[in-house]
Ligand binder design. Sequence first.
Ligand code: AVJ
Length: 316
Amino acid sequence: MNNNFQRDIDLGLSAQNKTLPSKYFYDEIGDALFVEIMKMPEYYLTKAEFDIFKNKSQELIKVLKLNPSTFFELVELGAGDGTKTKQLLKALDDQNYNFEYMPIDISKNALKHLKASVNAELPTVRITPKQGDYFNVLADLKQSEHPIVVLFLGSNIGNLPDERAKEFIQKLSDNLKVGDRVLLGVDLIKSESIVLPAYNDAQGITKRFNLNLLTRINKELDANFDLNSFTHQPEYIEQEGIARSFLVSTKDQTVAIRSLNKTFTFAKNEKIQTETSRKYNDYIMKGILGESSLKIIDRLTDSQNLFADYILENGH
Ligand code: AVJ
């Protein structure tokens, strides 16, 4: 990881338009800050998807075409804290559906915490965490004849540029059998007045989350970024439906990254892009599904129409 980290930071900061990959937000501090972001009143995404899972669990079960007597694997990509998923697990468990819940994550620690909380709250739900790469675990599961329902929630796919998202969908469908289903949660395109505050909460948690990337580079690559000389700047273009986060240099400055034996110069007002958060509509979703065999069979939204859970089925 550290070698990749070092290489990716070097590449991103050496480019004409500087970038840093958003996947590196999530060290221990970043994980905790993201939990705080989800509690911010401006961050509507988590609340909206929770609304669907809490108030439309019966509809979810229906559109996923689940059968109480046919065993299935409920696979979740990314462990999270399970707040949303537990609503669905509870509804399935109450109605005696025959299934096993299988969260997949790279982090052993995240899986350990999730298993403990599911065991405590829903002791009759079978949970088998799988540590590893999403696609390796799915490739293993493809060997079994049980139907699979994949959950990929939280608009996590939105961090991928459209071309990468398309590749992700293609790989996902390659690792599923005919008839397997996917529940893909995405944020919907809406006005700037709602989206921008979600990435610029009044308490400044998102700002700390963004700046933590520089703290992480300082710690792990022995660098000397001055956190007071960069500001957090989110932008959103409603016509394209993409929110982007930047760190902006507030002055002409030079930063040394000792583990790279290099210095990087930043002009006053120069931007480093740290994140892309794509928003969707049916047209964009269809474009991303592209030539893959995953097809939209339904879509549920929250009561305010902020967020959508697309139900996809894998064809031939
Ligand atoms: C977890 C990728 C869905 O893009 O909204 C939250 C991460 N970044 N605030 C998003 C995030 C800044 C989030 N996702």
